[in-house]
Structures are given as structure tokens and as C-alpha cells.
Design a binder for this molecule. Structure first.
Ligand code: F6P
Length: 535
């Protein structure tokens, strides 16, 4: 955790830099881009458009050393109980082969599970495992929510292939419309379900799993043959068995893997089914390469450490209000959704590890969408609104054999936005524009843009299994390092529990009016309106 002396230093560094523009820093130092560009595991991070200089970076690196980020990484990968409120390790790194001698028993369990996943994947692809009517599986539906959905959903979209081995689909929301839309065009006889729930108690997932089961039965899969169409991924084998899923069809999860860090486990089975085992293996290898980079690189050369320091710097010291993730790749359209859970469920906390109130902001509010769609929507606020933000622009350099012209246009937009965030448009330029347009000079302020928005650009050769694995692992480690700098627990999520408890009470109210009088007047009126509409 940062010491108060670090805090004072960083405050004064931020005060020193605030009046300076990043464009000036770039003009003044011809080595700035190379000095602030880091590479690792197939990714390159250009941080030269961040409002930072050598002196501020030294102060941040000193804070990182004081907080012992390198030691924190070792504690993570060696299975220390980093999740203190649930008394658990957070060993997602072990799932991608970042092993440690002391963890060989757990590593064996992972290996056995990976072998079973591989065997199941290959049996389905070869046609050795078929549906109840003897037909090959053509589609797989992943049923899960949060960490049991967002990671695999994001990766499957990223690795999308014109001829997937099995088509992948996702159902998450308890709104029946979600399931109805997904199943509408599918054939139950050729569809496999994967019910992903670490706890196997999550209302949305169990409700959807029951409805999907009925959909199979209504579609002619007999009750006794349901087992041929359903896999489960869970720590709760008993609940899965009660649901009718036998041990052979269950893939284990472990309490030492957090839901939002679990895409590397059997939660990723849908990825292997969609795109083949070697793709899933490459995805794990990409993440492992990022683990190795994170262990070996010096702080200012270390991508996740630098990303964490920049997030700390922007959120706490430059007072940015939100953080945008702007992938210029439709393949990465779900990246921000995935990172919202990773970042905000992990670090959206208000007390330190020892329970003391944190009086500064913690996780940034993260949002974003695939370029260029956002450009025609909320970028107006980015350029001319008066909110402060930071951003990661993510830009794959190549995109296979797609239309080169369209690909060039996409990249031009990414670079143009990055430059516009940097330079904005000055008062003088706005005056000149007014003259150019034949407009009154009083209108010039409407054309001004402050620019100087701190952001990084993350590039990679292409979106492929390795780079996607490395990208997610970089953000995972960034998230953990930020928690260490802020002194909080990144691995619990008590904040989501209250809504679940109240949800149970209100379900009874909506069903039979029970407890209506115990509710506040507003919630009671809403519940009454719902009951009247559904009577
Ligand atoms: O929303 C809270 C949460 O517990 C997430 O942390 C988790 O990823 C999600 O629910 C799903 O949980 P499970 O995999 O147990 O169904």
C-alpha cells in the first residue's frame, strides 16, 4: 500500500504537471515515445500520451517499490491467501501453467481437468460424442453470468471464425427474452448446453438452466438422454448432481479461482468447443507469456505494473472521473464489458485490508465500446464535455485478409482520435475555423476542444488466441497491482450480496404480497404497480 509520504510526493508531482500539456512534453523530448513504450508477450503499450514525465514516473516507481509489487506478484502466484475475507488464494495463474513447486497437487488437478476438457472437445468435434438422436452437435450454449459468462463471451467474439467447429452462443440474463432469442433458431437435437456456475446457486443461471432443459425436452430430447446434452462447470458437484448432471459431465472449478479470473478454467470450455483445443491452448500460452513478463520485467518496463501505476496516477492524482477502453476492433467489442467486472468488482471497494476507511477514490468507472461506433455517440462528451477521463485505445495492427481499405479507415480513426485527445483545438484555431466557415467570431468557442486527455495506446499484431490471452492477463495483473497500491482486497465482492438477499425477499412480495408493509414507501409502490400489472 502507498505510504502517506508517497501520497504527498505524488500530489505535488501532479500539481507540477497539471498546467503542462502532453503535446508540449512530446515536443520537448524526441526520445519520449521510445522511453514510454513498453513491450511484453506480443503487446506494445505506448504511454507517451499520458500526462507524466521522468520525474513523476520515478516517484510512481518508488511508490511501487515501497508497495512491493514484485513481492505481491510472488504472493499471488505461490498461493498466498490474498483474498482475506474469504480466506482464499487467487490462483488463476496456475490455470495457465504458471506453476510453483509447492503447488504441484493443485497443478495436477488442473492438468487432469485440462485433459478432460480436451477429450470432451475432441469427442464432440470428431462426432464420438453426439446428441440423443445420434446427430453431431452444431451449437453450444454457455449459460452463466458475471465471470461465468463475460470472459468466454468476450474471447469467443474475439476469435470468431467463419467456420467454427461448433457455433457458440451465450445466455446470461434472467430475462426470459435472452434465452428465447438465443434458442429461437437452434435445433435442440444438435445443441449442447454448458451450465457454468462456480457456486451453482446463482439465480439467473439456475433459472436459465431449467428453462434450457425444458427447451431440450420440448424439442424431443428425452429426460433420460438429457445428460448427453449438458455439461456443468462448478465447485458444487452436489448441486450439479441434484440438477441431474452426472460426475462425468461435470468439470471442476476451485474456490481458489475467482469468478472474474476464471476464463482459463473449464469456464473456457465453450472457447475450446468453438475454436478447437489448440486455440484454447494458445490462449493459455499467451496469458502465461504475460505472467512471465510480469515476473521478470523491471517496474517501468513492466506492462501490468505501468498500467496500474497510470491508473492510480490518473484516478487519484489527475482526478480523472472515468476510464475508457476503446478497442478499434469489432472482435474486441465485449472487452469493456469484461473489464467492467474485472476492474470494478475487484477494486470498487471502500476499506483497506485491515478494514480502515479509504478516503480517496478506488477503482475508476470503466466503460467503452468498439471504435468507431462510439465516435458517433459519446465521443462528443469526451472532446467537448467538461469531464476528465483517461483511456486505453486498443489497436490490432492487422486483420487478416479483410477489406484493406476498410481496415485502413478503422486504423485512421483510432490514430485520429488519439491525436485529437492529445491536441484538441485551440482558441486561435477555432477563430480561424469560424472565419473559414464564414461564421461570426463569437461562435468560435463552440469549436474549441481542450485536448490533453491522458491515454495509452495498446497495439498488437492481430487479435489472435495468444494476444487475447496476453491482453486479459495484463489487465488481470494491472487490477491486482492497483489493489496492492490502494491496499484493498481485489478478490471478494461483498457489494453484490445485499441485492441478492433483498431480491429473495422481494420475490415473495411480488408473488403473494408478503412483506409489502416492511418495505419503504417507494419500493412498496413499485412492487404494487408490478403486482397490478401482472395480476
Ligand atoms: O455477481 C456476483 C458474482 O458472484 C460474480 O462474482 C460471479 O462471477 C457471478 O456472480 C457468477 O457466479 P457463479 O459463477 O457462482 O454463478
Amino acid at each position: 500500500m502507498l505510504q502517506s509520504s508517497d501520497h504527498v510526493t505524488l500530489m505535488s508531482e501532479a500539481d507540477r504537471l497539471r498546467p503542462i500539456s502532453v503535446a508540449t512534453l512530446l515536443d520537448q523530448n524526441s526520445d519520449r515515445v521510445s522511453q514510454l513504450t513498453l513491450t511484453g508477450a506480443g503487446l506494445t503499450l505506448d504511454a507517451s500520451k499520458q500526462l507524466i514525465d521522468e520525474q513523476a514516473l520515478e516517484a510512481l516507481a518508488a511508490s511501487a517499490a515501497g508497495a512491493d509489487l514484485a513481492g505481491a506478484y510472488e504472493r499471488l502466484v505461490t498461493g498466498a491467501e490474498v483474498n482475506i475475507t474469504e480466506e482464499r488464494a487467487a490462483l488463476h495463474t496456475l490455470l495457465r501453467g504458471t506453476a510453483h513447486d509447492a503447488l504441484s497437487a493443485l497443478a495436477n488437478e488442473v492438468t487432469v481437468t485440462l485433459s478432460r476438457m480436451r477429450a470432451a472437445t475432441e469427442a464432440i468435434h470428431s462426432g464420438d460424442q453426439v446428441g440423443a438422436s445420434g446427430q453431431r452437435f452444431t451449437d453450444v450454449i454457455n449459460i452463466g453470468i458475471g465471470g461465468s459468462d463475460l470472459g468466454p463471451r468476450m474471447v469467443c467474439r474475439a476469435l470468431d471464425d467463419a467456420s467454427p467447429k461448433v457455433k457458440t452462443h451465450f445466455i446470461s440474463n434472467v430475462d426470459p427474452h435472452d434465452l428465447d432469442v438465443v434458442t429461437r433458431d437452434l435445433n435442440p437435437q444438435t445443441t449442447l448446453l454448458i451450465i457454468c456456475s462456480k457456486t451453482f446457486t446463482t439465480e439467473e443461471t439456475l433459472t436459465n438452466a431449467q428453462r434450457a432443459r425444458s427447451w431440450l425436452i420440448d424439442g424431443g430430447v428425452s429426460e433420460t438422454a438429457i445428460g448427453q446434452h449438458v455439461f456443468a462447470v462448478t465447485t458444487n458437484l452436489t448441486a450439479a448432481a441434484e440438477f441431474g448432471i452426472g460426475e462425468d459431465a461435470c468439470f471442476p472449478m476451485w474456490d481458489w479461482v475467482g469468478g472474474r479470473y476464471s476464463v482459463w478454467s473449464a469456464i473456457g470450455l465453450v472457447i475450446a468447443l468453438g475454436f478447437g483445443w489448440s486455440t484454447f491452448a494458445s490462449f493459455l500460452a499467451g496469458a502465461k507469456a504475460m505472467d512471465e513478463h510480469t515476473r521478470a520485467a523491471e517496474c517501468t518496463e513492466n506492462m501490468p505494473m505501468m498500467m496500474a501505476l497510470l491508473e492510480l496516477w490518473n484516478t487519484r492524482y489527475l482526478n480523472t472521473e472515468t476510464h475508457l477502453v476503446l478497442p478499434y476492433s469489432q472482435r474486441l467489442e465485449h472487452l469493456a464489458d469484461f473489464l467492467q467486472q474485472l476492474t470494478m468488482e475487484s477494486n470498487g471497494k471502500r476499506v483497506t485490508l485491515d478494514g480502515q476507511a479509504i478516503n480517496q477514490v478506488t477503482a475508476p468507472v470503466l466503460w467503452g465500446s468498439a471504435g468507431t461506433i462510439g465516435q458517433h455517440s459519446y465521443y462528443q462528451l469526451l472532446h467537448q464535455g467538461n469531464r476528465r477521463f483517461s483511456a486505453d485505445i486498443v489497436l490490432p495492427l492487422t486483420n487478416g485478409d479483410v477489406d484493406k481499405d476498410a481496415h485502413r479507415k478503422l486504423a485512421s480513426n483510432a490514430l485520429a482520435q488519439s491525436r485529437a485527445f492529445l491536441i484538441g483545438r485551440s482558441a486561435e484555431e477555432s477563430q480561424a475555423l469560424a472565419v473559414d466557415k464564414g461564421l461570426a467570431s463569437e461562435l468560435a468557442p463552440h469549436f474549441e476542444m481542450p485536448g490533453n486527455h491522458p491515454h495509452s495506446t495498446l497495439i498488437m499484431n492481430s487479435v489472435n488466441p495468444q494476444t487475447v490471452g496476453a491482453l486479459i492477463a495484463a489487465y488481470e495483473h494491472k487490477t491486482y497491482f492497483l489493489s496492492v497500491l490502494m491496499g484493498l482486497n481485489a478478490f471478494d465482492q461483498w457489494g453484490v450480496e445485499l441485492g441478492k438477499v433483498i431480491g429473495k425477499q422481494i420475490r415473495a412480495t411480488l408473488e403473494n404480497g408478503e412483506g409489502l408493509d416492511d418495505l419503504d414507501a417507494s419500493t412498496a409502490a413499485l412492487a404494487t404497480a408490478w403486482r397490478e400489472a401482472n395480476s
